[in-house]
Design a protein around this ligand. Structure first.
Ligand code: PLP
Length: 406
């Protein structure tokens, strides 16, 4: 085991901010009530705490408290938004437009609805990961009820043109749902201002606890309704039954309050560190490619391919001392290249040679310096051992090689 543990995988989950944990603790003990218990102070205290958290969260996204529906996380919020709108608006149509680079919580939900009669268009993205607005508009049909496009991508950090998409939705009278999980609490995300009608997000991607999230549902201009996917008790104004996770919600609220105060300074500091990391690789290593649009990107994310170096192998060279994600996804039988990077047009080789760096509030300058040195060393080491790298250095055109079949 390495002496150091450096965490550069904040897009997978963030650690809880200690101030969040501190706010939660009393709600496991002295204030342990059920927010739905109407007849004693334990219930009232819990309800008050939930109301306060709802306010903190609504403020962060500039919404009304009544527009926040608590869920178990963004996966559930994605499901509630997509299935809930599909059922509620079935008389209007059955067509949904989404994008190939969405999170699985959106794509798998759309796949499921296709089995129940939905007509789903999966848009391509441009090589920089951005959607083509003309293509989006051309995909709209009279039967289109919803456009589902994420605010920022979890693998590349690419931010979609929300305002322009919102205008297209407005023009055609189509609901706009956005998975905001990677953007909320990190950059300004005010759904009403950009024409987003539903937005999913999650506490554990913004220094709050795991297992709690929310769906924003617009209540005016337009008043959106979703069919409940969970029945029993009628909590959350009938849209999501189930006893509320009071400590989790309190932590989520505190995380939102901190984010509101600190996101600008976090973003400024992290973009400097991110750029330092990226520039070090670009300047000191050959054949390094940054994936995704670098001008429309989250400040703390870099997705980088180190050509002819396999990302999973590279991670082994630093002995689990640095936590990162690679552009390879483990499926039951094999290592598949990331579908997001493939959608950007990367070949399997460049996708497999990518690493995702996602910095966070607790990432230090020393962490980044250490990671730069370890990764440079690892890349050089792997390339020194690689016959393909040797051929590349000798000027062999690797695309012309006929590999023996096996
Ligand atoms: C993490 C993530 C999710 C899933 O969120 P959970 O709260 O873990 O269910 C959904 N969408 C995006 C973009 C994510 O990054």
């Amino acid at each position: 085991m390495g002496a150091r543990k450096i965490y550069l995988d904040n897009n997978a989950t963030t650690p809880c901010d200690p101030r969040v944990v501190e706010a939660m603790v009393p709600y496991f003990f002295e204030h342990h009530g059920n927010a739905a218990s109407r007849n004693h102070p334990f219930g009232w205290e819990a309800e008050e705490a939930v109301d306060y958290a709802r306010e903190q969260i609504a403020k962060l996204i500039n919404a009304d408290e009544k527009e926040i529906i608590f869920t178990s996380g963004a996966t559930e919020a994605d499901n509630l938004a997509i299935k809930g709108v599909y059922e509620m608006y079935s008389r209007k149509g059955n067509h949904i437009i989404t994008v190939k680079t969405e999170h699985k919580a959106v794509l798998d939900t759309c796949n499921k609805l296709e089995k129940h009669g939905a007509d789903v268009t999966y848009l391509d993205v441009k090589p920089d990961g951005m959607i083509d607005l003309a293509e989006l508009e051309a995909a709209i049909k009279p039967s289109t009820i919803m456009i589902a496009i994420m605010w920022a991508n979890n693998e590349t950090g690419v931010i979609q043109p929300m305002k322009e998409i919102g205008q297209i939705c407005e023009k055609h009278g189509v609901l706009f749902f956005s998975d905001g999980t990677q953007a909320v609490g990190k950059i300004k995300t005010h759904p009403r201002e950009v024409g987003v009608h539903l937005m999913a997000f999650s506490a554990h991607k913004m220094y709050g606890p795991k297992g709690v999230g929310a769906l924003y549902v617009s209540r005016k201009n337009p008043r959106v309704k979703v069919t409940a996917q969970m029945d029993g008790g009628g909590h959350e104004r009938g849209m999501r039954s189930g006893t509320l996770n009071v400590p989790g919600i309190v932590g989520f609220g505190k995380a939102a309050e901190i984010a509101m105060q600190e996101m600008d300074q976090d973003a400024a500091r992290l973009s400097v560190l991110r750029d330092k990391l990226e520039n070090a690789f670009k300047q000191e290593l050959e054949e390094v490619y940054v994936n995704g649009n670098v001008n429309h990107r989250m400040p703390h994310v870099a997705n980088i391919s180190f050509k002819h170096v396999e990302g999973e192998g590279l991670m082994m060279t630093f002995n689990q001392e640095i936590a990162l994600s690679s552009g390879s996804a483990c499926t039951s039988a094999s290592l598949e290249p990331s579908y997001v990077l493939v959608a950007l047009g990367l070949g399997d080789d460049l996708a497999h040679s990518s690493l995702r760096f996602s910095l966070g509030r607790f990432t230090t300058d020393e962490d980044v310096n250490y990671a730069i040195e370890a990764i440079k060393k690892g890349v050089n080491h792997m390339r020194d051992l690689s016959p393909i790298w040797e051929m590349y250095k000798e000027g062999v055109d690797l695309s012309k090689i006929e590999w023996a079949a096996h």
